[in-house]
Design a protein around this ligand. Structure first.
Ligand SMILES: C[S@@+](CC[C@H](N)C(=O)[O-])C[C@H]1O[C@@H](n2cnc3c(N)ncnc32)[C@H](O)[C@@H]1O
Length: 215
C-alpha cells in the first residue's frame, strides 16, 4: 500500500516480524516494562539525572506506561506522577491518570486541579500524533504537541524545572528549537540508542524556564 508520499507502508506482517525480533522489545519483556520506550528514558535519565526521589512529574502521552514505570521506580514513595493519554492505561499505584486529549481545555483543567498549584520538577512528553509518513503533515502535528507541552511547562515548572519533549526533525523543527531556546536557559538534544536510527525522532531537553518567557 502507498502512503500519500508514494512510499510503501510496511505491511502489518513486516512490522510484526521487526517488532518481535527487536532486542529492545525482547529486553522490555524480560525486565517487565510495558514498552521498549522505557530504555529511551532510562538512557536520558542516566546522563541528565532527571528523575529524583520525591519529584513531581507530569507525563504527557503516557500509555502504555513504561515511562511511568521508570519514573515510579526512581521517584520513590514521596514522588508524584500525573499522567495523561488519549488511550486508557492500566493502573499503577503511584500514578494519577487522566484519560483524554492534552489539547482539550477540560483535560488541562483537570490536570491543573490535580496539581493544586504545586510546582512541577519535570514535564516529559512522548506524545506522538498519528503518523502518515508525509513529513509536511507529520512534522507540524508533532511540533504542535511539543508547543502545547512547552506552554504547559512554562506555566507550571519550578524555577529549576525541566522539560523533556519528543520532537521530529522535519519542516518547522528549526523554528521550534529556536523558540525553546528563547524560552529556556538551556536546550540540548538527545538521541537514545533505543530510538531507531532511521526515525527522525529526537528528544529535546530544556532546562530552567526563563522568567519572562511566554509560549
Ligand atoms: C510513543 S507513545 C508513548 C509511550 C510512553 N512514553 C511509554 O513509555 O509507554 C505516544 C502516546 O502519545 C499519545 N498521544 C498522542 N497525542 C496525544 C494527545 N493529544 N493527548 C494525549 N495523549 C496523546 C498516544 O495516545 C500514545 O499513547
Amino acid at each position: 500500500m502507498l502512503n500519500p508520499a508514494g512510499k510503501r507502508h510496511k505491511s502489518h506482517k513486516d512490522w510484526l516480524v521487526e517488532h518481535v525480533n527487536d532486542p529492545w522489545v525482547q529486553r522490555a519483556q524480560r525486565e517487565g516494562f510495558r514498552s521498549r520506550a522505557a530504555y529511551k528514558l532510562i538512557e536520558i535519565d542516566r546522563k541528565d539525572r532527571l528523575l529524583r526521589p520525591g519529584s513531581v512529574v507530569v507525563d504527557l502521552g503516557a500509555a502504555p506506561g513504561s515511562w511511568c514505570q521508570v519514573a515510579q521506580r526512581a521517584l520513590g514513595p514521596r514522588g508524584r506522577i500525573i499522567a495523561i493519554d488519549l488511550l486508557p492505561m492500566q493502573g499503577m499505584t503511584q500514578v494519577e491518570f487522566i484519560e483524554g486529549d492534552f489539547g482539550d481545555d477540560a483535560v488541562l483543567a483537570e490536570l491543573e486541579a490535580k496539581l493544586g498549584g504545586a510546582g512541577v520538577d519535570l514535564v516529559m512528553s512522548d506524545m506522538l500524533p498519528n503518523m502518515t509518513g508525509v513529513a509536511s503533515i507529520d512534522s507540524p502535528r508533532a511540533i504542535h504537541l511539543g508547543e502545547l507541552a512547552a506552554e504547559f511547562a512554562l506555566a507550571h515548572l519550578k524555577a529549576d524545572g525541566r522539560l523533556l519533549i519528543k520532537a521530529y526533525q522535519g519542516p518547522g523543527f528549526p523554528e521550534f528549537l529556536q523558540q525553546l531556546k528563547r524560552q529556556f536557559a538551556s536546550v540540548v538534544s538527545r538521541k537514545p540508542e533505543a530510538s531507531r536510527d532511521r526515525s527522525a525522532e529526537i528528544y529535546l531537553l530544556a532546562s530552567t524556564p526563563r522568567p519572562q518567557a511566554t509560549a
